[in-house]
Design a protein around this ligand. Structure first.
Ligand code: ATP
Ligand code: MG
Length: 364
């Protein structure tokens, strides 16, 4: 019993330190050690070990020392490998969030699914404008599944010499299949564009065919995510290849407001709600990436130049509202007046004359 207690504590330590290979070694040793005295325990351990090994379908030992594939000429690594952790799940519209959670959930039930002849989602296509959260979503999945994310930028890897491009892509796919990771094929349209163009060379066609075959046959232990912001460049045959297609819309006003509030969570100032609401309105149509960049720049300006964050945000409002119709501008300005802003300051922020403000204020 004493022996088992110690063993349990040892295992917990290894697990908390995420030393998977050491756990495997320990379990193998225990199987030998307890084979005569604890047959039930040994059977259980053997089953877990074999599940683990077949699931990974790879030699993990090799993967840990496996160097990333490199470009023959430049000797630079072809992919980026990152271990990501998120404290909170980012906000996505419900349909997106549900689909992402579903992908994760299927992994939790992987063994049960496999027993029933089903497989968890192996391939996903992310579609959406730049900066709407495709890469972020792939990273979030990798963080929740506790696997590193391997990113291959297909636009960057395409070289004029397609033979070399093909070798590079094949090397990355091979690596990704043999290591426990999530593969993100970014700028997927760079290669999977409509086939059959006159300009396309035989080599490119072969490459696309290989890639599509790989997607079809991607191992169920792995997860391949392709991302594109040019859905029109992909033909139907390519879309069909993916088990799941997730379309990321640009953020709604509520999404924008939530994002801005998050970014400003440590700043408290008067009229914050009014300012955030107006910013959300004015940022409509922008991507998360743009909005995040603008707000973070404002925060930096505030720190570096010692200007109050409220003032910097008002300047953003000023800049953004000069792009909209005067009529709309006046309407938004009235919200400011209602929130208690002075006529003078409102006129300044919205680039309107005080007379205009006075005239409309009277009508309200
Ligand atoms: N749902 C979200 N909530 C908050 N911020 C987000 C969200 N999605 C994206 N962002 C912000 O936008 C930035 C860019 O997002 P991301 O890189 O995921 O875009 P993308 O869709 O991959 O764009 P691209 O097509 O240009 O690669 C993120 O780093 C993050 O700051
Ligand atoms: Mg991206």
């Amino acid at each position: 019993m004493e022996e088992l207690n110690d063993l349990y504590v040892h295992l917990v330590r290894l697990a908390l330190e995420k030393r998977q290979q050491d756990i495997v070694t320990l379990v193998k040793r225990n199987i030998k050690q307890f084979s005569d005295t604890q047959p039930k325990l040994v059977n259980g351990l053997k089953e877990e070990l074999s599940n683990y090994e077949s699931r990974s379908n790879i030699i993990r030992k090799a993967s840990q020392s496996n160097p990333l594939p490199i470009d023959i000429d430049s000797k630079l690594e072809l992919v980026k490998k990152e271990y990501i952790t998120f404290e909170n799940k980012p906000l996505w519209p419900k349909e997106i969030s549900d689909q992402l959670s579903r992908v994760v959930k299927e992994r939790e039930f992987e063994q049960k699914l496999i027993k029933e002849g089903l497989t968890p989602t192996r391939t996903i296509l992310f579609v959406g404008a730049p900066g709407v959260g495709k890469t972020l979503a792939a990273k979030w999945i990798s963080s929740v599944l506790d696997k590193p994310i391997l990113t291959l930028d297909l636009a960057a890897v395409m070289s004029s010499y397609l033979g070399k491009t093909g070798n590079n892509i094949r090397a990355v796919l091979e690596y990704a299949k043999n290591n426990d990771c999530i593969l993100l094929l970014d700028e997927f349209d760079a290669i999977a564009k409509k086939r059959g163009d006159d300009s396309e060379l035989g080599e490119l066609k072969r490459l696309v065919t290989v890639l599509l075959q790989e997607i079809d046959e991607w191992p169920e232990t792995g997860l391949l995510i392709a991302a594109t912001n040019h859905e029109e460049l992909l033909d139907r045959a390519v879309w069909r290849r993916f088990e799941r297609v997730i379309k990321f819309p640009i953020p709604s006003m509520e999404d924008i407001s939530y994002t801005i509030k998050n970014l400003l969570e440590n700043d408290s100032f008067e009229d914050k709600d009014t300012i955030v609401n107006i910013l959300s309105l004015l940022f409509e149509g922008n991507s998360y990436a743009n909005i995040t960049k603008e707000i973070n720049n404002a925060r930096k300006d505030s720190i570096i130049q010692g200007i109050h964050i409220k003032k910097v945000l008002e300047e953003i409002i000023n800049k953004l509202c000069l792009k909209i119709e005067k009529r709309d501008r006046i309407n938004i300005a009235l919200n400011f007046l209602n929130a208690g802003y002075s006529q003078r300051r409102t006129a300044e922020i919205f680039g309107l004359s005080r007379d205009t403000i006075r005239k409309y204020a009277k009508k309200v």
